[in-house]
Design a protein around this ligand. Structure first.
Ligand code: LLP
Length: 435
């Protein structure tokens, strides 16, 4: 498990016993490892052998500001998809010139925010978006740096809910409209066209899909460059590289880097990449405690204190996360199939069905592995369960980098309309007088 490994019979994050974190912070809690984040980032950069592209970490995968600040110190940029993510990236110390802004539905206010911050590039996904951005920028006497995101109509061969590069998906500019839109972008007063962008999906495990998409985009880029040399300086090849959730074979960073280099052979331009999952998934776990073990009709349910609101990937994408006990099982311990479920009142609140696990008892601690990407960021307060805390480990210490949100804090955002407020004695006697 990389930065998560057994030491003296207990699962540790670096050299911190996870049982210590559970005792001090309570469960459920997300735990991230600084060493894990750093190793992933460095491994990704090193795979490009001396000519690394600009790595804009996809903030949507993990937007905790301490995680972002860890990457900022390593020189990373950020790929953001909302004003909120932009704010976080800037707060965490990521320089604006290393920030790109993606997404199909950016608002005028978000364009204002991006222009004020002076970010590197806005990835535009449609004609109306391009026109609005031009208006907003021109009104301020500016030209917005833009990359046009094209939809290469390539099957990423991933889960249908996270596939983005086919023509039926809402993302990017249809292939056939690209030359026309480039011509328009070059002529608009508020746009400074910089190049093209592409992103075909997430948890991609077959490099062929990347290769097909990159080839199409590079071909288009080279063709357009002949016509508009100043507007085709930069290629943003998105993110999407998968990780091995089930210990299945997976392309290494080097294999992916080779595909990028091969697609770009002979093309001299700036390269941006937007990896998310590959940099954070393996550097985080969700630590949970077993509440009950329930036997019913020959099935054994392990009911844990984490739920689908804390980690929605299994419910939403039938995603697999390894489940690892914090107390190391004896060598050769027998495994028996169990259903691991949370407390939320939905059958979808199931983390694993018939998963072979060593004997688990109430009070035991477990982790869901590889939960550093699309874990905490996708959590909700469903069933009025508060957002869980996040902890960042470094060496033999740790810090709480997001507090557990209290019930009081959640209720503070709600307001009771006048007509539902508890009535005072004076109100009651006034309405009695009117009767
Ligand atoms: N760039 C763009 C424009 C994206 O839309 C995404 C992810 C990324 C980069 C980063 O992709 P990555 O390297 O992380 O695969 N919630 C889903 C994943 C959704 C991904 C959305 N876009 C999950 O839990 O699997």
């Amino acid at each position: 498990m990389g930065p998560f490994a057994y030491r003296n019979g207990a699962l540790h994050a670096e050299t911190v016993d996870l049982a210590r974190i559970a005792a001090e912070v309570q469960t459920p809690v997300y735990v991230y490892s600084t060493a894990g984040l750093e190793a992933n980032y460095r491994g990704f950069i090193d795979a490009f052998e001396g000519t690394p592209p600009l790595i804009c970490f996809a903030v949507k995968a993990n937007s905790n500001t301490a995680v972002l600040a860890t990457f900022a110190r390593l020189g990373a940029g950020a790929d953001v998809v909302s004003g909120g993510e932009l704010r976080r990236a800037l707060d965490a110390g990521i320089p604006p010139e290393r920030i790109v802004f993606s997404g199909v539905g950016k608002t005028a206010a978000e364009f204002e925010q991006a222009l004020t911050a002076g970010i590197r590039q806005i990835n535009v996904e449609s004609r109306p978006e391009l026109e609005l951005l031009s208006e907003v920028a021109a009104a301020r006497g500016l030209r917005a740096p833009v990359a046009l995101r094209v939809n290469p109509d390539v099957d990423a061969k991933t889960h249908h809910k996270i596939s983005t590069g086919k023509s039926i998906n809402k993302f990017g500019i249809p292939w056939s409209e690209c030359p026309g839109l480039v011509a328009q972008a070059v002529a608009l007063p508020g746009i400074s066209l910089q190049g093209l962008a592409v992103h075909i999906g997430s948890q991609i495990t077959e490099l062929d899909a990347f290769e097909a998409a990159f080839r199409r985009v590079v071909e288009c880029f080279v063709g357009l460059r002949g016509l508009y040399p100043d507007a085709m300086r930069r290629l943003d090849l998105g993110g999407g590289l998968g990780i091995s959730y089930e210990r299945e074979a997976m392309p290494a960073f080097r294999d992916y880097a080779r595909i990028v280099r091969r697609a770009l052979a002979g093309v001299d331009c700036e390269i941006v990449l937007e990896p998310g999952r590959a940099l954070v998934a393996s550097a985080g776990v969700l630590l949970t405690r077993v509440l009950y073990v329930k036997e019913a009709e020959g099935r054994r349910f392990v009911i844990v204190d984490a739920a689908m609101n804390d980690l929605i990937r299994p419910a939403m994408y039938d995603a697999f996360h390894r489940i690892v006990p914090v107390r190391e099982p004896a060598a050769g311990a027998a495994l028996a199939p169990v259903d691991v479920v949370g407390p939320v009142c939905e059958t979808a609140d199931t983390f694993a069905l018939q998963r072979p696990l060593p004997t688990v008892r109430a009070g035991d601690l477990l982790v869901f592995a590889d939960a550093g990407a699309y874990g905490a960021v996708m959590s909700s307060v469903y069933n009025s369960r508060p957002l869980v805390p996040e902890v960042l480990v470094k060496d033999d210490g740790f810090a709480i980098v997001r507090e557990r949100v209290s019930d009081d804090a959640m209720l503070r955002f709600e307001r009771m309309p006048d007509w539902l407020k508890p009535r005072t004695v004076a109100d009651r006697s006034a309405s009695a007088g009117r009767r």
